[in-house]
Write a protein that binds this ligand. Structure first.
Ligand code: ZN
Length: 490
């Protein structure tokens, strides 16, 4: 057992060393180092892969005598990882890496020019390789199951399609209803917010939520993210816009939500493959809970608005709490997913989920994708992109071969309210505590019910353990109806 643990610790260390290089690449690395850095990361990752798929790992897995439940879980999960790692031939991995490298630069150019035709052959290649990848991984019902399983283990396409179907049927009318009400202005968030003050205001807030800077830090990057090199080193990045308060502040809360999840993993799992988020859906449930259910709530701003007013006297002078709260919760159909509000966001995801399935099933031709995208945007959100850069070309994911990833964003939204409902039941005065800027009880509840397990429990086990039921759209729809009914007055 100890020999197995030593081996897994070495694999984990190699992967974390690669992750530090990747973090550096996004934060401090000079641009000129791109090629050497890609090689260095690939070297470390391939060492980790070789150590895992080496016969010695199998021998140790077969002979190890578990001495605890953690040991049992470690053996069980590592066996699964090993099966997955050996199913896909390294020649396919190499072809995928090469294709996605080319496809990413083709996508960057195409997004710039809005010309989908130059990207289409690359996407066709990516789809072919992705189907090959799904076949190698294996599946029960549809190749898409294998793709989804990479990011949300155990969840099936049919299950997601059923939940998303009901979600869409209920959500489209809510979005249409909101569109009939007078638009709410978010002008108060678009004054002058000095970037240094945004930085310190955001950093103070995430520490107040419970993000531990003794085992973390915040830096700047073009695209905000969080990353972990151990349970005791979980970092976040942010970006600020001096003329718009929201991206910086809510982005920091979001990434801190991801980071607090990883900081909350049981330290007994350190150095093992169990010390990681169990799925992208559960991960996103944590970021969305802090960003939206806490960070965009009225109780939160009861506490933080007076502080914000003092720190941003120019932008917020004479503004009242309610105006600010409503500005932070405007709903308006928009073309770009990453700028979408809480209500319409899931529709952006469902559109991608449908098109991905059709691409993999071969029921849509790649050349028809842009107009299919625009048609669905128009029927669901009532707006139509006027160029493909604001439509089918907006996201990087497909160019990288990350098909099956998008659904986890919406799954995270649904799981966030399910978990939040359960937390509220356990902490009846949660709103009062939030209004006082006290978050430790909520964080403790999340630690106990979600974070501590790392990968020891699946997303379904976590949901059922914490809430008593599996994935459902009910809780999120009720939340949206109640919150935005009040904001918009219906
Ligand atoms: Zn996220």
């Amino acid at each position: 057992m100890q020999a197995l643990k030593d081996r897994l610790a070495r694999i984990t260390d190699l992967n974390h060393a690669a992750a530090i290089l990747e973090w550096d690449q996004e934060t401090y690395m000079p641009e000129g180092a791109e090629i050497s850095r890609a090689r260095q990361v690939a070297t470390l990752r391939s060492f980790a892969h070789e150590l895992l798929v080496d016969e010695q790992t199998t021998t140790l897995l077969e002979s190890a005598k578990p001495e605890s439940e953690i040991d049992q879980d470690l053996i069980r999960i590592t066996k699964k990882d090993l099966v997955k790692a050996t199913k896909v031939p390294s020649s396919l991995i190499a072809r995928m890496a090469e294709a996605s490298g080319r496809s990413k630069s083709a996508w960057q150019k195409a997004r710039h020019t809005g010309n989908f035709d130059t990207f289409a052959p690359h996407l066709e290649k990516i789809v072919d390789l992705t189907i090959e990848h799904a076949e190698a991984l294996g599946y029960k019902d549809s190749p898409y199951d294998a793709l989804l399983d990479q990011y949300e283990e155990g969840m099936t396409t049919a299950q997601v399609a059923e939940v998303f179907g009901r979600l869409r049927d209920n959500l489209v009318p809510i979005v249409q209803k909101i569109a009939t009400f007078p638009a709410i202005s978010d002008q108060v968030l678009r004054g002058y917010f000095p970037e240094e003050t945004q930085w310190s205001f955001g950093l103070d807030a995430v520490q107040q939520l419970g993000y531990d800077l003794h085992c973390g830090r915040q830096d700047r990057s073009t695209h905000p993210f969080s990353t972990a090199f151990s349970i005791t080193d979980v970092r976040i990045t942010t970006r600020t816009d001096p003329h718009f308060f929201s991206p910086g502040f809510f982005g920091s809360l979001h990434e801190a939500g991801h980071a607090m999840y990883e900081q909350g993993i049981d330290l007994a799992l350190e150095g093992t493959p169990l010390a990681d988020g169990t799925s992208l859906g559960i991960h996103e449930s944590q970021s969305r809970l802090w960003e939206n259910l806490i960070g965009r709530s009225l109780p939160f701003w009861k506490h933080y608005f007076p502080i914000a007013q003092k720190q941003f006297p120019d932008a917020l002078k004479g503004v009242d709490l309610n105006t600010f709260y409503r500005a932070a919760n405007t709903v308006a159909p928009s073309l770009i997913r990453v700028e979408a509000d809480e209500v319409t966001y899931n529709l952006h995801i469902m559109l991608r989920f449908e098109l991905e399935q059709e691409m993999i099933a071969g029921t849509i031709r790649i050349k028809d994708l842009p107009e299919a995208w625009n048609d669905r945007m128009e029927s669901w959100l009532g707006i139509r992109p006027t160029n493909y850069s604001e439509g089918v070309l907006q996201d990087i994911h497909w160019s990288l071969g990350a098909i099956g990833y998008f659904p986890t964003y919406a799954l995270g939204n649904l799981m966030s309210t399910q978990l939040f409902d359960a937390a509220k039941k356990a902490i009846p005065d949660l709103d009062e505590l939030t209004a006082k800027g006290e978050f430790s009880e909520l964080l403790s509840w999340l630690r106990k019910n979600v974070h501590q397990y790392g990968r020891r429990r699946s997303s379904d086990e976590i949901l059922r353990g914490a809430t008593g039921s599996g994935l459902s759209e009910d809780s999120w729809l009720k939340y949206v109806d109640a919150k935005f009914g009040e904001v918009y007055g219906f």
